[in-house]
Design a protein around this ligand. Sequence first.
Ligand code: ADP
Length: 398
Amino acid sequence: MKILVVNCGSSSLKYQLIDMADESVIAKGLCERIGIEGSKLTHQPAGKDKFVAENPMPDHKVAIQMVMDALQDKEHGVIASTDEISAIGHRVLHGGTTYSESIVVNEDVKKVIRDCFDLGPLHNPANLMGIEACEATMPGKPNVAVWDTGFGMAMPEKAYMYAIPHEYYDKYGLRRYGFHGTSHMFVSGEAIKFGGLDPKSAKVIVCHLGNGASISASIGGKCVDTSMGLTPLEGLIMGTRSGDVDPAVVQYICNKEGKDVNEVLNILNKKSGVLGMSGGVSSDFRDIEAAKKDGNHLAEVALDAFIYRVAKYIGAYTAAMNGVDAIAFTAGVGENDKASRKAICQYLGYLGVKIDDAANDVRGVNAVISSADSKVKVMLIPTNEELAIARETKRLTE
Ligand code: ADP
């Protein structure tokens, strides 16, 4: 069974064709600058040379057609015809309060994706375009929506309600949703398997630390709390996002700088985080670490604050669950940066967390990085959102 996984942004489309027999990636690629001049497809078939095509892609439908052509091409193709593709799995950002579980797309599902355009203004329209492009290009094939907000829907009311007038929840569904759900679901599940934990009761904290960063607490794979909120802006300090701030900061900057709310929100989303804190060094954690090594004080503070915020959340989530069995690190920083992992865990001595330096000297593979006498199992679990989407698609269409 071969499954195509599609992740559409407003001007991009990432794809992977996965053979579910052994969960291997047969081909993957990226369409960039859809609807903009200079469109480009980069197609990487497994074991063959990369192929780049620079043809105009006015919309996602043309992009999907180019992907289909690349997949079936005589030279760099990997399938004889689209008949070999059993189903298509789509990353969809927002399912609102309607959907927590992945679902085979029908007209009702598309209506919900549309109804949630306000909640996911950049992603939901693109996700819907991707689904409709696949429906047009491969009629009759099942499309499955896997929601980035799905995992967070299991949060109890005390975790997802904001302490603001209730009418806004009733009128607009204004609540905490959480994002990176597919990653948190995948990594918490893999951590339970890899760590040999009880799948029904394991208390797991997943630290998804990349350019976008979020943290979740789950018991037996069900989300108890997660750090992103109505939008991905809440929670941890990220590459360019501020994470938690006093909302009065917005009003203060508006008044002092003569800006409107949208401009300040743009600053909090795109110019803050370690980029903003470091005085503009970079949003890339490798650059921040290099600047810190060169003696840049602001870069040092940015990195310290990033680590401190993660440690604070781990403490909060341990309290939320009345304990923690395992902490799993994932995504760009979590998978590659042993120094950050260690620095975070140094705050956690009171929980009986002990890191084994030799075991922590690892990147990009499943690993236990805590010592044998650590009270909490600390792990590195590489995330794989495409595989998680493919597994969900298989489960629902087999
Ligand atoms: P996203 O998917 O949110 O764009 P990723 O999960 O790919 O982000 O993570 C990207 C981040 O990971 C970048 O900021 C990059 O600097 C960081 N990163 C990658 N490798 C390392 C490393 N060895 N040390 C520190 N940070 C790293």
